[in-house]
Design a protein around this ligand. Structure first.
Ligand code: ASP
Length: 314
């Protein structure tokens, strides 16, 4: 079935056109409103089966994709990598073909290997939605971040977006940079020297050398956690206290930002490390739990546009 987007899969924001991003955000805005009403569910995906294939840990994304699919009337099967036949030597491509041969309608995949969803999409005729692959891309996170920014700021163009923390290993930072650049936002990065991405020059971002510089007049401050699961033992030796002091966000450091700055975090948060407790819970700035709410709406829009049939009423 042809997708309502210009491509059959959702693999990253780098390869997503502005028109496709706008179509997703428009529909997600509709679902966000609907999700706060009494009539949350609809039958856009009635009769469809979505398989969640998570080869890496997840709380929000997996649950959020499942809630999204169910709100649209789909059934969801959760594939469990840890008890699958991959442990008996089955290859990744055979496992993917097995799932597709069951005539399911879409696959949501998280994988620790960069490019795994791209490989799956090349093999399969059904839509593949990337729920985060290694340190490469996390498109639905960037889309839900964009929706949250638009709700608070009205637009993306011209926004000054500060992204701080372990950028080298962050698929969230990359997907945000690709998306925000397409809409004319100014993306700034600040990271400990060892977490500056090697390909930073190709990302079209401003590299800052202090918290003060990255936060100056910022409209958005996005904090990232250290991706310990992607580091080898002893690779990062800074103490929590030193890290917090130099790279963590608190009310005091935020003073140089736009007074209306919003504070974001893709979560899981390490409170007291990259962000203080007080700031994470400050309703004047923090939109962190709203991001999670927008995650369901964005994933509903992505599933609808990629898996849904145009013949059904919204
Ligand atoms: N949840 C986000 C991700 O899956 C951010 C993180 O884990 O730090 O990339």
């Amino acid at each position: 079935m042809p997708s309502a987007l210009s491509q059959p899969d959702l693999l990253g924001t780098e390869c997503l056109s502005r028109d496709d991003i706008s179509a997703i955000l428009d529909l997600a805005g509709h679902y966000a409103q609907r999700n706060r009403s009494a009539q949350k569910s609809c039958d856009r995906l009635a009769g469809k089966i979505i398989v969640n294939m998570f080869f890496e840990d997840s709380t929000r994304t997996r649950t959020s994709f499942e809630v999204a699919a169910k709100r649209l009337g789909a059934q969801v099967v959760n594939f469990s990598a840890s008890i699958s036949s991959m442990n008996k030597g089955e290859t990744f491509s055979d496992t993917m073909r097995v799932i597709e041969s069951m005539q399911v309608d879409g696959i949501v995949m998280r994988h620790r290997t960069n490019g795994a969803p791209v490989e799956a999409a090349a093999l399969l005729d059904i839509p593949v939605l990337n729920a985060g692959d290694g340190s490469r891309e996390h498109p639905t996170q960037a889309l839900l971040d964009a929706l949250t920014m638009v709700r608070h700021k009205g637009h993306l163009g011209g926004l000054k977006v500060a992204i701080c923390g372990d950028i080298e290993h962050s698929r969230v930072a990359r997907s945000n940079a690709f998306l925000l650049n397409k809409f004319g936002a100014e993306v700034r990065f600040f990271a400990p020297p060892q977490f500056i991405p090697r390909d930073i020059s190709s990302l079209n971002v401003r590299q800052c050398s202090s918290m003060e510089e990255v936060l100056q007049d910022a409209d958005v401050a996005m904090m990232l956690r250290i991706q310990n699961e992607r580091l080898s033992e002893g690779e990062f030796s800074m103490t929590v206290e030193d890290y917090h002091e130099q790279y963590g966000l608190n009310h005091d450091k935020l003073r140089v930002a736009n007074p209306e700055v919003i504070v974001m975090h893709p979560a899981p948060m390490n409170r007291g490390v990259e962000i203080t407790n007080e700031l994470a819970d400050d309703p004047r700035h923090s939109v962190i739990f709203e991001q999670m709410e927008m995650g369901v709406a964005v994933r509903m829009a992505c599933l609808d546009l990629l898996v849904g049939s145009d013949s059904k009423e919204l």
